[in-house]
Design a protein around this ligand. Structure first.
Ligand code: PGA
Length: 230
């Protein structure tokens, strides 16, 4: 299976810089086997381009309505956007999305036939309790989530590794990914401080089908370099 490389722009990039990024990324991927995804901020949402699928970081589970600051199905369809990121740790832990809200989003976009990148992962205090606690935490996150959905991509992103520069160790990733694969055979990405310096090691780990990258993806040349290194 070809590796998936997904760039999460978070609150970075503009319409102009996203367009430039996509142009470069698309031509870089020409003739290569990797699958490219970009999740720009909502203001820079645009149609997918050759070799690169564009998705949204945070869809609201409604077609339209009175949900100030949110975007729904009508807005996504305008860009023929069929891919969504749901349950990112910043949505959960910084913006306060509950398990219930995440589940509602998942089920809504599943009903709509969307490709869903579903993020799971534990905070530091849970990791420190050991692997059973980690898997218990993940079990709560996937409760009510159809893990057999054919358009599901799972991203395991330990919260303590996101944006900190401190990735999980290869042993930790291998262990948790093997356990998650027993819950679902869908593509499983690792995320959390993936960068040029560690991609080679991470891409080689069993049950790692790709990566979801924040910080180190924001510069397109770095992201392409990462793909070359992997
Ligand atoms: P990071 O973010 O690569 O900056 O750690 C990953 C993510 O949030 O998906």
């Amino acid at each position: 299976m070809s590796l998936i490389f997904a760039a999460n722009f978070k609150t970075n990039h503009t319409r102009k810089s996203t367009a430039e990024y996509l142009e470069k990324f698309s031509s870089f991927l020409e003739g290569r086997s990797e699958k490219g995804y970009v999740f720009p901020p909502a203001t820079a949402l645009t149609e997918s381009v050759k070799n690169v699928t564009v998705g949204t970081q945070n869809p609201y589970p409604a077609r339209s309505g009175s949900f100030t600051g949110e975007i729904g199905l009508d807005q996504l369809e305008e860009f023929e956007c069929k891919t969504v990121l749901i349950g990112h740790s910043e949505r959960r832990h910084v913006l306060g999305e509950t398990l219930e809200q995440v589940r509602e989003k998942y089920n809504f976009y599943k009903e709509q036939g969307y490709e869903i990148f579903f993020c799971i992962g534990e905070p530091l205090e849970v990791k420190e309790e050991g692997v059973d606690a980690v898997m218990g935490y993940i079990a709560d996150q996937v409760e009510g989530i159809d893990l057999n959905y054919d358009k599901l991509v799972i991203a395991y992103e330990p919260v303590w590794a996101i944006g900190t520069g401190k990735s999980a160790t290869a042993e930790d990733i291998a262990d948790i990914h093997t356990r998650i694969k027993k819950l679902s055979d869908k593509p499983l990405l690792y995320g959390g401080s993936v960068k040029v310096a560690n991609i080679n090691e991470i891409a080689k780990i069993d049950n790692v089908d790709g990566v979801l990258v924040g910080t180190a993806s924001w510069n397109v040349d770095d992201f392409c370099k990462m793909i070359e290194e992997a």
